[in-house]
Design a protein around this ligand. Structure first.
Ligand code: ADP
Length: 638
């Protein structure tokens, strides 16, 4: 009796939950006693709360393995040997509703009363939760690793044992199983021999503590025969008691695409460098910051030829360039850069530099600005030496000026000559008339014929001089250019020609859209008058004259044509008609001095156009066409 009480007290004080069960007639275990530790675990304060209950009464309906608590309890009891059972896990529900996981050991004591079972619980709730959290963490890490697409390796430096994951093998075209058994030789057989040497170096640096990790870009032979690039990274994670590296773990990431892109980029850069070196000028990037700093981060080798400074000299500071800009052009250059920076418009500038070796040179630059996030501006441009071009341009300017001058002088000469020559000519005419009158009846037939030729020659010469005078007046005496209606000029010309039109019974048709033109009104009238006049004059005998006047054109040019059904022009003559005194007929056949079309050409060319004739040949009519450039100040809205 005493020992019974002694054991009861001992059981009560034990920190291990200890209980007793009795197996009833249904084969269920019922609690008959429980020590304090057991009650505490269940959240109970009094053994009476437990006594008489079956394990399934204080458990969730099912256990984590899916078996129902009642069935599992009965099965375990039925299998109960007479010794200590293998411990099993069981989930109980505490009085506060929380689950408590215990490892249960059942003990049937021989000495014990029949049907009594001693139960001990070992609380593993905490341990199970930690295990669960760890497995979740591991799963998350595996997911992350999967997401990076990295292969993993673990290498025992001392034994050579090496473990890879499936991805590591897959990267080189194998399955992990086909590579097994894996050792460090598996990696060495696949790595590029040149990179193995580098790998050894990187490992030594890491093992000695010189580098915090092992990091290398290496090539590996793919199963298909090609090379892939991997980023190989690792770290010593444990060491032997002697301090030697033991386990090294790391990853492989496939960087083939990046390496190929880098390779292409470097090849392109090389090619660009070679091409840039062939250019006569320099390709460059000019960078300017809001605080006033400026530099040429890139410039091709030609910069030395252009400015006398090398790419290296101006890479971080542009001042060597600004120092050689000609003082008189300095503010021009700075101002144009400022304007381009402000409006982000293309920079274009001609300026002079004092090249340290080559002396004064003319340069021309073009660059496109780009605003960067830090508010700085970078120009991508090209500058080249135009000293030779500039010299040629200057010479051309001088030549053009002298040409203009001599042209003016010539025009003046033509005007003066034709004007002044008329005076002595009038004398010839007057004296031949006086002579005729003086001789009167004494005038014999022969002398009369000679006098007639003399007067006729003087008259023709006068007509020629008048025409020449008119020709030289084009552009000098006419009305100034203005925006005008081309149709009005035509109507005016037709009014002058009205008597001829009526007399010949010509049929005129006017077609097309007659545009506004920027021109001298009286010269335009003159132009139409000459062309329509010729169409009336060079008609075929016994034929009704038909003249079609047409206009058209686009925003840059207007186009006009005067088409007739007259005598036509043989193709070999079409070019020379527009020169002074060029005629295809004698005066006896058709009146005229041969200056009309030359005047037309002078007028058209003064208005930025061209004139030409089209004809089907002799007897097939002609079409005189001309264009006018629609330039001039903004046309007033009509
Ligand atoms: P002109 O009429 O005074 O001779 P132009 O300079 O006007 O001088 O014409 C030069 C020549 O071009 C004319 O002599 C004539 O032979 C030819 N020509 C001009 N217009 C026509 C035309 N509509 N049809 C045929 N020939 C023409």
């Amino acid at each position: 009796m005493e020992s019974h009480q002694y054991y009861n007290e001992l059981m009560e004080c034990l920190p291990t939950p200890l209980l007793q069960q009795e197996i009833d007639s249904q084969g269920d275990a019922r609690f008959v006693s429980a020590n304090r530790a057991a009650l505490e675990l269940l959240g109970m304060t009094d053994a009476r709360q437990l006594i008489g209950k079956r394990p399934q009464d204080i458990s969730p309906a099912c256990q984590p393995d899916g078996e129902c608590s009642q069935g599992k309890s009965r099965r375990l009891l039925a299998e109960l040997p007479t010794t200590l059972t293998t411990p099993f896990e069981w989930v109980h529900s505490r009085t506060d509703g929380k689950a408590v996981i215990v490892k249960v050991s059942l003990l049937v004591l021989d000495s014990h009363e029949e049907g009594r079972v001693v139960v001990t619980w070992h609380d593993i709730t905490e341990y199970k939760h930690t295990l669960q959290a760890l497995s979740e963490q591991r799963e998350a890490l595996e997911n992350i690793l999967w997401g990076t697409g990295a292969g993993t390796w673990e290498w025992n430096v001392q034994t050579g044992e090496t473990r890879f994951n499936e991805r590591w093998a897959e990267m080189v075209g194998y399955s992990l199983a086909s590579l097994e058994p894996t050792t460090i030789d598996t990696w060495m057989a696949l790595a590029h021999p040149d990179d193995l040497k580098q790998s050894e170096r990187a490992l030594t640096e890491h093992f000695s503590g010189e580098k915090p990790s092992y990091d290398l870009e290496a090539r590996m032979r793919h199963r298909d025969g090609h090379w892939i690039w991997v980023q190989d990274r690792g770290k010593v994670v444990s060491r032997t008691p002697e301090g030697e590296p033991l386990w090294v773990v790391g990853t492989h990431s496939d960087i083939t695409e990046r390496k190929e892109a880098e390779f292409i980029a470097s090849e392109l850069t090389e090619r660009l460098k070679k091409l840039a070196a062939l250019l006569p000028g320099t390709l460059y990037q000019y960078h300017q910051w809001p605080d006033g700093r400026s530099a040429f981060p890139y410039s091709s080798a030609g910069i030395k030829h252009i400015y006398g400074a090398s790419s290296e000299d101006v890479k971080t500071d542009a001042s060597p360039i600004f120092e050689v800009i000609h003082p008189e052009d300095f503010s021009l250059v700075v101002g144009s850069i400022e304007a381009s920076e402000h409006k982000l418009t293309t920079w274009r500038q001609r300026f002079r530099v004092n090249h340290p070796q080559r002396g004064l040179r003319w340069l021309e630059g073009t660059a496109t600005p780009e605003r960067l996030d830090d508010e700085s501006t970078i120009w991508h441009g090209y500058i080249h030496d135009i000293s030779d071009v500039k010299q040629a341009e200057d010479a051309l300017d001088v030549y053009r000026d002298s040409l203009e001058r001599s042209n003016k002088e010539l025009e003046h000469f033509a005007y003066a000559a034709s004007h002044d020559l008329r005076q002595p000519l009038r004398m010839v005419t007057s004296y031949s008339q006086l002579l005729e009158r003086h001789l009167g009846a004494d005038l014999d037939e022969h002398t009369d014929t000679m006098l007639h030729f003399m007067k006729d020659g003087a008259k023709r010469m006068d007509q020629m001089l008048v025409s020449l005078l008119e020709y030289s007046r084009v552009g000098r005496k006419g009305q100034p250019m203005n925006w005008m209606d081309s149709r009005e000029a035509l109507e005016e010309a037709l009014r002058f020609l009205q008597p001829d039109i009526e007399e010949t019974g010509a049929k005129l048709s006017i077609e097309g859209q007659w545009p506004k033109i920027y021109a001298s009104p009286d010269e335009m009238t003159r132009l139409f008058q000459n062309l329509v006049g010729n169409a009336l004059k060079y008609r075929k005998a016994d034929n009704t004259i038909e003249i079609c006047l047409e206009a058209g054109g686009d925003a840059q040019k207007s186009r006009f044509s005067v088409r007739d059904n007259g005598i036509g022009i043989a193709p070999e003559h079409t070019d020379r008609l527009f020169k002074v005194f060029q005629r295809l007929h004698t005066r006896e056949q058709y009146e005229g001095a041969g200056v009309g079309l030359a005047i037309c050409r002078k007028i058209v060319e003064r208005h930025g156009g061209t004139i030409w004739v089209e004809s089907g040949g002799n007897g097939r009519g002609s079409s005189f066409n001309f264009t006018l450039a629609l330039r001039g100040p903004q046309e007033p809205s009509s």
